[in-house]
Design a protein around this ligand. Sequence first.
Ligand SMILES: [Zn+2]
Length: 183
Amino acid sequence: MRRDNRQTQTLTGSNRGVYEMDTLWAPWRMAYVKKVAPVGSCLFCETGGNEQDEQSLVLYRSSFVFIQMNLYPYNPGHLMIAPYRHVATLWELSSDEQHELIRQTARSASLLQQTMNADGFNMGINQGKAAGAGVEHHLHAHIVPRWSGDTNFMPVVAETKVIPEDLTVTYQKLAPVFSKTLR
Ligand SMILES: [Zn+2]
């Protein structure tokens, strides 16, 4: 899934963005999807409470938090770590929950680095609507793997909400790693 940096780094001018998108995303057979959220429900509570890990793209469940693949990834391997409890802020989490949230974030980044050869990560929490939280009432942390040279590409993806068809393929690749690797 890695693109050829040698080629894209030599490109300049107006065709650069298009070329980068093609080379980065071609293996993923992209499709556009419409984001649909059930009315009056919390996606994280729903996922946290069900046992349909594969269907919900849940990679791992610990005592206090679970790790789920983002259905609308900004990059391949975009994960979210959420507590089971429905709380909106970081300070409402117990000490154990806070610890587990950061521990699983660190562990996830390490495993993504090993399995997807990410060059770096954006890791963080958008708390509150004003900060851009998609699901503002249920706190969750994001991990977005980054590859050298994908900077110009990111805003394009963020705007279009592109989803790869091969999301389930990524899941099949990551799930065994996340379930078998402790800590
Ligand atoms: Zn919730």
